[in-house]
Design a protein. Sequence first.
Length: 113
Amino acid sequence: MDQQIQKVTSRPDYHRIYSDIIKLKYPEKERYCQHLLATQYLSALDIIQLNNIIFSDLGKENLIFNQKHRSYDESTILQILDYQKKNKLSNTQLANKLNMSRNTIAKYKKIYL
């Protein structure tokens, strides 16, 4: 009796999460985030951008801690690599922009390109 493992593709409702955070804790930053929250689908890059807008004043320690807990799905990795190609960025430049390791970028390129 083999049991098949079912992939769960449900995602958190980021619109609701970030709307609530902005409404309750950071109402002064609502106008900066409005254009991102107006879209129907938030990509991982949009979520990173929202995070940077909302939590930019919390300090570097908090950003480093949050970076350790990020994970990316295949479509997001492909978006990141497409962004790199479109803007003609090196691995180091892209890594600095997204607060990632340049070795991670190289690994993604090796696997997905």
